[in-house]
Design a protein around this ligand. Structure first.
Ligand code: FE2
Length: 445
């Protein structure tokens, strides 16, 4: 199978810088900043059949918007030592954790003046500059005790950054809190059996929620380089760690075996007795082929944990197969109303989006923007129209693959009318392969 045969999943080979991009529609003046998205983009043509589609060196794609214009598009690989060496560039050097060095391909997060490419499993983040050039590995000014995580949450109450890290070499998972000065101020090692994949976690006003589920990190079992596997019989549990608690304070609540890659949001209610979590639940995952997703598509669910009785009640909220859920970052850790998720195309290869759904989790309604046959849409990132704007007063940004152009658009949807379709499309000169997560970095941070 050649790169061309892989269709829109094929990696791109060139780093592009394009200015003054054509726009259809009208870009909101309030969008002043950069939309950044990370994803795997294998640097060399390894045999694709031997590589899980989610593997490969991280490449950041970015679009800068200002004054109603799309000023530029750039895409850059993260310069890990391996990438820099293969591109014939000088190595950047810097700190390492357990000698692990990779080009993070999972997420991008801006915090305390640093723009970070993120990955889980034991490696450090890499810092990039405002034009996506790699600065080097980042260990939070020498305060990060190990590796970091793909997912992190900026607490809108405190401005601090929370993450849960795990590592192939650790018998625990680690809750980390980074202060607004960019230094780690708290770490708690929570012992766990085996090496559960904790891709993400949830944060409420008083608790950190840990997903100790049957997907484990088992690189020694992977035949094709994909390091995760479903471990039959492994207990499934939800850990409730008080934000400033110790490992011994974690309460483990039994749940049905499943895989949760991405919670949306979680919040406390009933005087703190209960926690409601909205998340995408997969019945099983990574239990079959190691080179393709396994057919167990995720569904949006609501879990209510009763912290007095220690029980967790599940409710499926929608029939559609969805993933990559996001919410207004200002509402994380508290009550909220709207979630945005990719409606995955049934039957086809995983990772292809048929549409973007806006869920009203309060009323139980939804609306959807659909892309044309042969198209694709990735994760939607909500950007408020102003700092004090209402929860859905703003824009949802996402990359869409446009088959008619064989290239990618950055679409801007009005969050209050997602089904109406984009208010603006920025036409990129190239295709952006499907990837993982992104964020909006406004100019005024
Ligand atoms: Fe993720």
């Amino acid at each position: 199978m050649t790169g061309a045969d892989r269709g829109l999943f094929a990696p791109v080979h060139d780093e592009i810088t394009a200015f003054d991009l054509p726009v259809t529609g009208r870009l909101p003046e309030s969008l002043r900043g950069r939309y950044l998205r990370n994803g795997p983009n294998p640097l060399t043509g390894d045999e694709p059949a031997a590589r899980h589609w989610s593997g490969g060196e991280g490449m950041i794609h970015g679009v800068r918007l200002r004054n109603g214009r799309a000023e530029w598009y750039r895409n850059r690989w993260i310069r890990s030592d391996d990438v820099a060496g293969r591109l014939g560039e000088k190595l950047l050097h810097g700190p390492r954790h357990l000698g692990t060095d990779c080009a993070p391909n999972s997420h991008v997060q801006f915090f305390a003046g640093h723009c970070l490419a993120l990955v889980e499993g034991g490696a450090l983040p890499y810092e990039i500059d405002s034009e996506l050039f790699t600065i080097g590995p980042f260990d939070f000014h020498g305060t990060l005790p190990g590796g970091f995580a793909a997912h992190s949450v900026v607490d809108p109450r405190t401005g601090e950054l929370h993450a849960v890290a795990y590592c192939w070499a650790w018998p625990y998972v680690q809750h980390l809190v980074v202060g607004t000065d960019g230094c780690v101020r708290r770490r708690v090692d929570v012992p766990v059996a085996g090496r559960p994949m904790m891709h993400d976690f949830s944060l409420t006003e008083h608790h950190v929620l840990l997903y100790d589920l049957p997907v484990v990190l088992a690189p020694e079992r992977g035949r094709t380089g994909f390091p995760y596997t479903w471990e039959p019989g492994r207990p499934a549990r939800l850990g409730v760690l008080p934000r400033e608690g110790r490992a011994a304070d974690v309460r483990w609540l039994e749940v049905e075996p499943c895989c949760v890659l991405h919670p949306v949001n979680a919040y406390e209610h009933d005087g703190g007795r209960c926690v409601t979590i909205h998340l995408v639940r997969h019945e099983r995952l990574f239990d079959g082929s190691r080179t393709a997703p396994d057919g167990h598509r995720g569904r949006l669910e609501s879990w209510t944990a009763d912290l007095v009785t220690g029980t967790v009640r599940r409710q499926q909220l929608d029939d559609r197969a969805v993933e990559f859920p996001r919410a207004d970052p200002r509402r994380l850790t508290g009550p909220y109303r709207y979630a945005y998720a990719v409606h995955e195309r049934e039957g086809g290869r995983g990772g292809l989006g048929a549409g973007l759904v806006k869920f009203d989790v309060l009323r139980g309604t939804s609306e959807e923007f659909r892309v044309p046959p042969g198209g694709d849409i990735g994760e939607g990132v909500f950007v408020p129209a102003a700092a004090d704007a209402a929860e859905d007063d703003g824009w949802v940004l996402a990359f869409t693959y446009e088959p008619a152009r064989a290239a990618t658009d950055l679409v801007v949807l009005a969050a209050q009318d997602v089904a109406a379709g984009p208010v603006a499309r920025v036409h990129l000169p190239v295709r952006v392969p499907p990837g993982f997560h992104g964020n909006w970095v406004p100019d005024d941070v």
